[in-house]
Design a protein around this ligand. Structure first.
Ligand SMILES: [Cu+2]
Length: 151
């Protein structure tokens, strides 16, 4: 393979990471050892049912590189949530005092594990942030947004 085509593939790979997953009803998101989600934007229609499958494709141990996917309610301060989560190891990094700000959340996954969440997309259009609440992962960009459009 030429150097040109391999860099083109790299470029396409980067493009894909930022692409929009079709608003369908089941979206697979991979989490990896680089502390990234492979899907950072999901479009969904208000009031519809959405299924997100989170797959941890990494190999590092759960205690060092666990991942989850937490969907926050509208206008929740994601940075505040992530900060509080660092002290919530006992509850898989979902801080008990902020549990009511969570729309849906997967389990905390170790390497090669996966979990599926199904929830009803809010009726209010707008942007809903999702993040990995494992310590420091949100800060390095392990996050995305569900863009809810009116039906
Ligand atoms: Cu993570």
């Amino acid at each position: 393979m030429s150097r040109f085509s391999s860099s083109l593939i790299t470029l396409l790979g980067l493009f894909m990471i930022g692409s929009i997953a079709q608003a369908g009803q089941s979206i697979t998101v991979e989490a990896n050892d680089q502390m990234k989600f492979t899907v950072n934007k999901i479009e969904a229609v208000a009031g519809s049912e959405l299924t997100i499958v989170l797959k941890n494709v990494g190999t590092l141990p759960k205690a060092a590189m666990g991942h989850n996917l937490v969907v926050l309610k509208k206008d929740v301060n994601a940075m505040a949530f992530a900060s509080a989560a660092t002290a919530a190891a006992a509850t898989e990094y979902i801080p008990a005092q902020m549990k009511d700000q969570v729309l849906a959340a997967t389990k905390l996954l170790g390497p090669k594990e996966e979990d599926t969440i199904t929830f009803t997309v809010p009726s209010e259009p707008g942007e809903y942030v999702y993040l990995c609440s494992f310590p420091a992962h949100f800060m390095v960009g392990m996050k995305g947004v569900i863009v809810v459009t009116a039906k």
